[in-house]
Design a protein around this ligand. Structure first.
Ligand SMILES: CC(C)(COP(=O)(O)OP(=O)(O)OC[C@H]1O[C@@H](n2cnc3c(N)ncnc32)[C@H](O)[C@@H]1OP(=O)(O)O)[C@@H](O)C(=O)NCCC(=O)NCCS
Length: 229
């Protein structure tokens, strides 16, 4: 198990005081801090709010950090893992489900969609508003998914139904229109894969802290296996 104190030396008071903040947050006081921040977030924007109650899994996630300025539509369909970080002014339309894996980082002013009426309102004309959602011809309703420990750059838009794999980086200002495989670096509009995050990460795999902390144990095992050959 990774222990903060083992890797932070006692050389500077500032680092020590950060350690104390963490001790307080991971005690019972952390729940109170989170509750107070959630109350303040109604009036004060933007600041990072710690902790989140996942209404899908009905679990409280202590290491989630979401800006008070983030808008989430239909929180009851918004399923996220712990250690997720979502920056200021991002909008998440979870009307038909948005799933964000553990440890994802979502930059500022990102848009993640799970519906679109771009054809339906034209096709249904004035009848659009008169019929239930399921009967609207051409109305797109699809769950959108982002794999664990993926990074979404600021200003990116992710279209309804897209599945982005784990361990990816999506470059700033991209438009993701199609599925992106695990460990891809993808950029642009439309987003295209240009590299692999594994090529970046493998340079750090000899570092014992990274070996212990890296999110995907299979990747580490494969790396160690290759080195034995
Ligand atoms: C995607 C990213 C990580 C790539 O970094 P990198 O691995 O150092 O890649 P490079 O800068 O070498 O770029 C590789 C190529 O992709 C292009 N590229 C990089 N980012 C791009 C982007 N966001 N959109 C379009 N093209 C991009 C580069 O121009 C370069 O093209 P070339 O080969 O024709 O010269 C980085 O550009 C990025 O977008 N970071 C996110 C920053 C961010 O959103 N921070 C938010 C903090 S909240």
């Amino acid at each position: 198990m990774f222990e903060y104190k083992k890797v932070i030396s006692k050389d500077s008071g500032r680092k020590e005081s950060r350690g104390i903040k963490q001790l307080v947050y991971y005690s019972f006081a952390g729940y109170i801090i989170s509750f107070v921040q959630h109350c303040l977030s109604v009036f004060q924007k933007p600041f990072m709010v710690y902790g989140y109650y996942n209404k899908v899994t009905k679990k409280y996630l202590r290491d989630v950090r979401i800006s008070s300025s983030v808008e989430i539509i239909n929180k009851q369909n918004f399923d996220l893992g712990d250690n997720v970080w979502i920056n200021h002014y991002t909008r998440i339309d979870a009307s038909n489900g948005v799933k964000i894996g553990e440890g994802c980082q979502i930059g500022s002013s990102v848009g993640i969609f799970s519906h679109s009426s771009h054809n339906a309102i034209r096709l249904m004309g004035r009848n659009y508003m008169k019929v239930p959602k399921e009967q609207r011809v051409g109305y797109i309703t699809k769950e959108t998914e982002i794999g664990e420990y993926t990074f979404i750059g600021s200003g990116t838009y992710v279209m309804a139904g897209v599945k982005i794999g784990k361990g990816c980086i999506i470059g700033t200002n991209s438009v993701v229109t199609k599925d992106i495989p695990d460990f891809s670096i993808a950029v642009g509009s439309p987003a295209r894969v240009i590299k692999s995050t594994l090529d970046v990460d493998k340079d750090y795999f000899d570092n014992p802290i990274v070996r212990e902390s890296y999110f995907d144990e299979d990747v580490i095992q494969a790396y160690l296996g290759d080195r034995l050959v």
